[in-house]
Ligand binder design. Structure first.
Ligand code: PNS
Length: 179
C-alpha cells in the first residue's frame, strides 16, 4: 500500500536551467494544469561549468515568475528522489521535446523509480514551437549574434546581453517590395 504524502499536488521540476527558456516555462504552465504547485529545482553540480551561477539562475527564475505563488524555485544537490521526499513532492515533472530526449529521460525515470517507488515521473510535451529549443542552443545562438527573443523570457535575454556584452538585436524589418 502506498504511503499518502502530505501534499500530493506538488511537482518537482528538476534541471540545470542554464538558463531557463520558454520551453521550460511551457512545461511549468502545463504542470500547473495538473498540480497545485510546481517547484523548479536547480541541480547544484560542481562538476559542470555553467554560464549562470546557481544564484543567477535562481534570480532569473524568480524574476520570470514574480507574483506567481504557485511556482517555487529552489536548489538541490544529491539524489533528486531524496530532495522530492524532503519537500513532500510525489511527482517529478520533466519535459520531452523529441524522441532523442526519450532514452535519457526514460533511464532517469526508471532509476528514480527504483530508488523511490513512491515518486512518479510525469512527462509533458512542450508546444511544437519549442521542440528544438534548448538552453545550450540559446547560449550558442546568442553568443554568435542570433536573436533569441522568442525563445527566452525577456529577463534572460537582458542577462545574456550583459554577460556577453552584446547589444540585443532587433528583428529584421520585412523586405518591402516595390509596387
Ligand atoms: O536539465 P538537465 O541537466 O537535463 O537535468 C538533469 C537532472 C538535474 C534532472 C538530473 O541530472 C538529476 O536529477 N540529477 C540529480 C542526481 C540524481 O538523482 N541522479 C540519479 C537519478 S538519474
Amino acid at each position: 500500500m502506498k504511503k499518502k504524502r502530505p501534499d500530493g499536488s506538488l511537482a518537482v521540476f528538476p534541471g540545470s536551467f542554464d538558463p531557463i527558456t520558454n520551453g521550460h516555462l511551457d512545461i511549468v504552465d502545463r504542470g500547473l494544469s495538473l498540480f497545485d504547485r510546481v517547484r523548479m529545482a536547480i541541480l547544484v553540480n560542481p562538476e559542470k561549468q555553467p554560464l549562470f551561477s546557481v544564484e543567477e539562475r535562481l534570480a532569473l527564475i524568480r524574476e520570470a515568475y514574480r507574483g506567481n505563488s504557485r511556482v517555487e524555485v529552489d536548489t538541490f544537490s544529491g539524489l533528486l528522489v531524496d530532495y522530492a521526499e524532503r519537500v513532500g513532492a510525489s511527482v517529478i515533472l520533466r519535459g520531452i521535446r523529441a524522441i532523442s530526449d526519450f532514452e535519457y529521460e526514460f533511464q532517469m525515470a526508471l532509476m528514480n523509480r527504483r530508488l523511490d517507488p513512491q515518486i512518479e515521473t510525469v512527462f509533458m510535451m512542450p508546444a511544437e514551437s519549442y521542440s528544438y529549443v534548448s538552453s545550450r542552443l540559446v547560449k550558442e545562438v546568442f553568443q554568435l549574434g542570433g536573436r533569441v527573443s522568442d525563445l527566452v523570457p525577456p529577463v534572460v535575454e537582458r542577462r545574456l546581453s550583459e554577460k556577453y556584452g552584446t547589444p540585443i538585436r532587433l528583428p529584421r524589418s520585412p523586405v518591402r517590395r516595390k509596387g
